[in-house]
Design a binder for this molecule. Structure first.
Ligand code: NAP
Length: 330
């Protein structure tokens, strides 16, 4: 019997870990790397909390190691962005523009994207003072002054986390009402290191570049009620205005929560469609760490591999039953 094909959509830690495990389980393993091969870590600088790298490692370098490890066991990368799927029949169909691929099982590891403000300088200083992850980058702002943008639980959580490193944390929020839960807001309000600037938005990130090294220096703020504008010097800005899971193309097929995260069954990576699994940030609004994504990628490959074995077993039992029926009826 020819090897079954597992298609993995997405090439972050979840996708590549799934690929390592699937390829080692002797499944034909295809990774669709998408528009940002390597995922979110490609826009991170130093990663210090991924176990096994005692001196830290650059995000892009870490992802290259993941890729090489997956390829070593025969997984194959296809540098295409999947634009449409058809999960109504097996093998499943995946389309990238006008190209069509089939797979016996699919692992979705398309991740989530941090929402950004979309103002001048934001992209330019991303990784050079601007961050979307306090757990990843907070450590680099030891005894410095930072801003957290947002008024939800993420903003409160990021701000509280940052107080362990930074000298001061200022939450800049566009309203004077908060989406954050009362308890998280209270914790932030009671923390002496945290201040609030309300009814205010960041309109520009300002910095400088010396010897080719960029560094954020300040932000331009605007009070949305008075229109007053001013520049605030700052060492770091953490944008915590929510994440958006990359699940648009799966909407017609898969059960999701109200934010669009794919729902998985119990402690598994099973979705509502047998043979389709979800791993990493695409199904995890809570932890969102490279190491937790990698862990769930491993789970998805094990789930897919076992599901394929069971599907094979059922197919061969059906064939045996058919043969018996035929021999009875002939
Ligand atoms: P969220 O609840 O949607 O809050 C996003 C915040 O960002 C809001 O205050 C929003 O302002 C602000 N915002 C959105 N777009 C903005 C923009 N363009 N410019 C400036 N501000 C903007 O998102 P979240 O905080 O990431 O939380 C998502 C979910 O995860 C929630 O259900 C939350 O409870 C949960 N969560 C829970 C925990 C926890 O319990 N420990 C931790 C993190 C997240 P407005 O209020 O004006 O819209």
């Amino acid at each position: 019997m020819s090897a079954k094909t597992v298609a993995i959509i997405g090439s972050g830690p979840a996708g590549f870990t799934a690929a390592i495990y699937a390829a080692r389980a002797m499944l034909r393993t295809i990774i669709f790397e998408g528009n940002q091969p390597g995922g979110q870590l490609m826009i991170t600088t130093e990663v210090e909390n991924y176990p096994g790298f005692e001196d830290g490692i650059l995000g892009p370098e870490l992802m290259e190691k993941f890729r090489k490890q997956a390829h070593r066991f025969g997984a194959e990368s296809i540098y295409e962005y999947i634009t449409e799927v058809d999960f109504s029949r097996r093998p499943f169909i995946l389309r990238a523009g006008n190209k069509e691929y089939t797979a016996d099982a699919v692992i979705i590891a398309t991740g989530a994207s941090a929402k950004l403000l979309g103002v001048p300088g934001e992209q330019e200083y991303m990784g050079y003072g601007v961050s979307t992850c306090a757990t990843c980058d907070g450590f680099f702002f030891r005894d410095q002054d930072v801003i957290v943008v947002g008024g939800g639980d993420s903003a409160m959580e990021e701000a509280l986390y940052l107080t362990h490193h930074a000298r001061s944390v200022t939450i800049v929020h566009r309203r004077d009402q908060f989406r954050a839960s009362k308890i998280m807001l209270k914790r932030a309000q009671e923390n002496p290191k945290i201040q609030f600037i309300l009814n205010t938005i960041v309109t520009e990130f300002l910095g400088e570049s010396s010897d080719g090294v960029k560094k954020l220096k300040a932000v331009r703020l605007r009070n949305v009620q008075t229109g007053e504008e001013w520049i605030k010097e700052i060492d770091g800005v953490f944008i915590a205005i929510g994440h958006k899971p990359n699940t648009e193309i799966f909407r017609p097929w898969l059960e999701m929560d109200d934010q669009g995260y794919i729902l998985t069954r119990g402690k598994t990576t099973y979705t509502n469609i047998p043979g389709v699994f979800a791993a990493g940030d695409v199904q995890d609004p809570r932890y969102r760490q490279a190491v937790t994504a990698a862990g769930s990628g491993c789970m998805a490959a094990i789930d897919a591999s076992r599901w394929l074995e069971e599907a094979d077993f059922e197919a061969s039992s059906e064939t045996a039953a058919d043969q018996q029926t035929q021999s009875v009826s002939s």
